[in-house]
Structure formats: structure tokens, C-alpha cells
Design a protein around this ligand. Structure first.
Ligand code: SF4
Length: 311
């Protein structure tokens, strides 16, 4: 846990006269160039000046007060409270060789001089100082913003390249800018179609709608019959770039499966209906036979009764 020292006098006593300002002191009580725990590192100082160990004792400040707001009693009380810091393992600077610096440059894509931007976005005044901090374990390569951005872009490119969904980008005239491998496979084309209008591959109508209303996102299912392809499509605009993006999900198999299921459902219903009709016909036939038999039996009985009465 770094300790914030807000008292310039004490700093002057414990460090050099050239050093003034609020600093954060790491547990080793060492002001290290580029140490994230020492944001007040003054780059105008020499390395020796920057690495002055803060010897002696340092009063613990009240975190809720600055030196200016303390009453004299509080100051006395605080003066009686002192904390003595003993370095558990003193900071030892590594010997930095040119090979080590070159290794960091290689890792962060800075072997070419033009890639050493010295932009200070990482918090270090130069790429060299940053490389030294990486070697000393005080910084990580990802702290280099151009390197971090490039890595993130490469990751994104990889995601697009390996996506199972077809992805195409068009310019403001609906001409193809680029496409990923899945899109090329869906529409059986190569990068040679880049620069051609999208109408070369498909009906451009959905993209034309988007051109008219770029704030809308279009979600549609399209049957691209000539490619034996059914796609769920999401189309949207990138207004700042004046570009349009199309994401194509291949749902051909799903669609075929649904059609088969539908056919099966219809077949089952028609068979059930046929069975029902047959059952009804059978019941009617049985009922008719029973009625006929009952009528005959009645006639026979009447005839028997009549004959018996005559005798
Ligand atoms: S952010 Fe990267 S390019 Fe810029 S100075 Fe730091 S290390 Fe060099």
C-alpha cells in the first residue's frame, strides 16, 4: 500500500533539494522511474536522482487532512506518531542490455525505428524507457497503447476471419469493400468481386432500403435460390465510415429440417383423418347391419306368434 506524503519539507530532508512535489512511495521506499506506484516521478531528473532511497523516518499522514488544514494539536499528535519502514527486499536495478531492449521491441512490434513512436501514451517519455520498465518488471507490453490497439485489432480480424457467419462491408455506393471467407463460400466468389456492386451477387433491395434509412437495422430471412442458400440476414450502417455491414447466417439446413418436419406433421394429420373416417364408416355399417337383423327378428317373431294362435 503506497503512502502519500504531502509535506514538501520532509521530502527535502529525506531526498534531494531538486525534488519537490507530492509523491507516492512504494514499500521499498524507492522512487523508481516509471514505477506505477510513483506517479510523481520527475523525468527531468537524472536516473540517480530518481532512485534516491528515502532514508530515515516518515510521519504517517492523516488521510483526511493535508498539512495546511491540521491544527497545531493535530500536528503535534501526528508528529508523535512515526512509522519506520524497513525494506524487506531493497530494489536492485537489473543490468539492462541492448539485447534485452531489442527483445521487448520485438515483442511489441517496434524493431523498425519508425514504429518507435515515443508518443508517451504509456506514461513513459520514450519507447526505450518503456522497454526498460518492462525488463525491470515495472510495466507490461500491453501498456503501449499502439501495441495494445494493434493486438486488439488483430484479435478482431481473427474473429471475423474465422466466423461461421458471412460478413460483407459495402461502401456508400453499395460496392463491396471486403468479405470474410464464410461469405465467399456462401456466395461462391473470391476477393476478385471486391469493388463490384453487391447486385453482382444478390438482390440489392435490402441494402437499398438501408441506404435510404441508415439509422434502421434490417433483419430478414432471404432465400438465395441460385446459391441453394437460405440466410437470416442482419444489415446495418456505419454512418461515420459511410459503410454498410451485412451479416449472413446460413439457416439452409435448419430451414430444410423445418420443411421436413412440416411435411411429416401434415402427413400424420391426413393419416389420422383417414383413420377416423374409416372408423366412422365401419360404425355406420355395423349399425345398419344391427338394424336390419333386428327388423328380421321382429318379423320372424310376429310370424311365429301368428302361427301359434292359428293352431
Ligand atoms: S505508448 Fe508505445 S509507442 Fe508510445 S512511447 Fe510508449 S512504448 Fe513507445
Amino acid at each position: 500500500m503506497p503512502v502519500v506524503i504531502n509535506q514538501k519539507k520532509q521530502l527535502k530532508k529525506s531526498a534531494s533539494d531538486d525534488f519537490a512535489g507530492d509523491v507516492c512511495v512504494c514499500p521499498q521506499r524507492t522512487v523508481v522511474p516509471g514505477c506505477p506506484s510513483a506517479p510523481a516521478v520527475l523525468y527531468s531528473l537524472s536516473i540517480q536522482q530518481k532512485t534516491i532511497p528515502l532514508r530515515g523516518t516518515v510521519p504517517m499522514p492523516d488521510p483526511f487532512h493535508t498539512a495546511e488544514t491540521l491544527s497545531s494539536e493535530e500536528e503535534q499528535f501526528i508528529a508523535s506518531l512515526t512509522a519506520v519502514y524497513q525494506a524487506s527486499s531493497p530494489f536492485v536495478r537489473k543490468e539492462i542490455t541492448e539485447t534485452m531492449i531489442r527483445d521487448v521491441y520485438e515483442k511489441t512490434g517496434k524493431t523498425a525505428a519508425e514504429n518507435q513512436l515515443n508518443c508517451s501514451a504509456c506514461g513513459y517519455p520514450s519507447c526505450r524507457e518503456m522497454a526498460i520498465a518492462v525488463i525491470e518488471g515495472l510495466a507490461t507490453p500491453e501498456m503501449c497503447i499502439p501495441f495494445f490497439r494493434k493486438t486488439a485489432e488483430q484479435r478482431l480480424d481473427r474473429v471475423i476471419e474465422t466466423s461461421p457467419n458471412g460478413i460483407v462491408t459495402l461502401d456508400e455506393h453499395l460496392h463491396i469493400i471486403n468479405m470474410n471467407p464464410a461469405f465467399r463460400q456462401f456466395f461462391q466468389c473470391s476477393n476478385a468481386v471486391c469493388g463490384r456492386p453487391i447486385s453482382y451477387l444478390m438482390d440489392p433491395e435490402p441494402f437499398e432500403h438501408l441506404l435510404a434509412e441508415p439509422e434502421k437495422m434490417i433483419e430478414i430471412t432471404v432465400n438465395h435460390e441460385s446459391y441453394h442458400l437460405v440466410c437470416r440476414e442482419v444489415l446495418y450502417a456505419l454512418p461515420a465510415e459511410k459503410q454498410f455491414v451485412g451479416i449472413f447466417m446460413n439457416i439452409t439446413k435448419m430451414q430444410k429440417h423445418e420443411i421436413r418436419l412440416d411435411q411429416l406433421r401434415q402427413h400424420t394429420v391426413s393419416q389420422a383423418r383417414e383413420l377416423l373416417e374409416q372408423q366412422v364408416r365401419m360404425a355406420e355399417t355395423i349399425a345398419a347391419c344391427l338394424g336390419e337383423n333386428a327388423a328380421r327378428a321382429e318379423l320372424l317373431l310376429e310370424s311365429l306368434v301368428e302361427n301359434a294362435q292359428k293352431e
